[in-house]
Design a protein around this ligand. Structure first.
Ligand SMILES: [Zn+2]
Length: 166
């Protein structure tokens, strides 16, 4: 039995085999760079907030205001490959106030723009849908029609990048 690919274990064995073949031929990098040649220039938390808020205002105008969006270099790609969305409750003036914060692994400071967008869309969808259910993915697709393809390819990208580190 072949081991499931860490970032792709929810995909079909056929699809995983296809990626494993590319990996064996050292072609994962080509697969990614041919499809996604353009890296992004969103390097600061301020720029990341603006970028995220523009998508939010275009598609989720009625969702809660984003208090903060930031890169987090303590977020590895191991556990939170797709970012972290937190509603932090703080007591403010005697009232409990939930703050909407999105944190994205600093790993994505250097990545194709499409993957950053996919992750931002994923985290924005969590403002309205908590679980990864049908309604959640419908919302993701509403914001980004190619969401599913991008999530798959982003996981291929993670597979490529994580193997390069070994
Ligand atoms: Zn999620």
């Amino acid at each position: 039995m072949t081991k499931p690919l860490r970032f792709l274990q929810h995909y079909s064995p056929t699809l995983q085999d296809k990626i494993r073949q590319l990996q064996a031929q050292d072609l994962l990098g080509d697969y990614i760079t041919q499809r996604y040649p353009q890296y992004h220039s969103i390097q600061t938390d301020k720029a990341l907030y603006q970028y995220s808020n523009e998508i939010k205002q275009a598609f989720l105008r009625n969702a809660p205001v984003l208090d903060r969006v930031q890169y987090d270099n303590k977020l590895g790609i191991e556990h939170h490959a797709l970012g972290l969305n937190t509603a932090i409750s703080r007591v403010q003036g005697g009232k409990l106030k939930a703050k909407k914060e999105i944190r994205i692994s600093s790993f994505f400071k250097e990545s194709p723009i499409e993957f950053l967008r996919m992750i931002v869309v994923h985290e924005l969808a969590h403002l309205k849908e908590r679980d990864h259910d049908k309604a959640f993915y419908q919302l993701c697709q509403h914001m980004e029609p190619h969401y599913h393809q991008l999530e798959f390819d982003c996981r291929v990208y993670l597979t490529w990048k994580s193997e390069a580190k070994i």
